[in-house]
Design a protein. Sequence first.
Length: 267
Amino acid sequence: MKISGLQTAGTPGDVEANLRELDAACARARAEGAELLVTTELFLTGYDIGDLVRELARTDLLSPVRELAARHGLALVVGLPEHEDGAYYNSAFFVGPGGEVLGRHRKSHLFGALDRRYFTAGDRAATLVDFGGLRIALLICYDVEFPETVRAAAAAGADLVAVPTAQMEPFAFVADHVLRVRAWENQVYLAYVDHVGVEGSLTYVGRSCVVAPSGEVLDRAEHGTRLVLGDVDPKTVAAARAANPYLDDRRPELYVPLSPAPEDRSW
């Protein structure tokens, strides 16, 4: 499956403008042969937009996304804020090419004061969606920086981990190095899709990428608005796991809280 990711500054606080940009990006992605388009964290509203993020979360943000997916016949992973039962979540929805909602991930690892001020943490390490012969795991930004989340997704059979993000300075090394390690140590594809430019107090690093299970970067956007593209092949995942059997060679029974070495040091 060919996948795509939209790196963009978006239009913070302007849902209609972001929907227009998503519409145009869907057309470009389809023209490139992509079957899935991944957007940035909180793409539809913007990330660092203050109290407006909660106001927008109380509106119907998902219906127009579903309409765009159906119109273009393209699966979408779209970041947007969500409100339910008095709580607010930083969420990403997986919408199928018919407009059906196939999955939702709520960011489970909140980063810094901004996330913690506005959002409640989700309760899943990762969210899995089966689509087009692939098993796709959803994470959001800081989630992917914890090795346990990607390992859990890989152990559950994920071929691709899709990560909408709002990675900011001075953390460019995450996109430059950590993502390749996560792909290699779990033999999965990773699609990491970031904002660019300045928004509120944040300067984004860009560096959106699609990484293969080998750690090879298949496509990368350093700066500016553009699509990143990559082909995801489950046969490549299977071959990588046969060649580098980290998942098979794990010893989970050892991965428990460690105690100090025993007093008996007769060895």
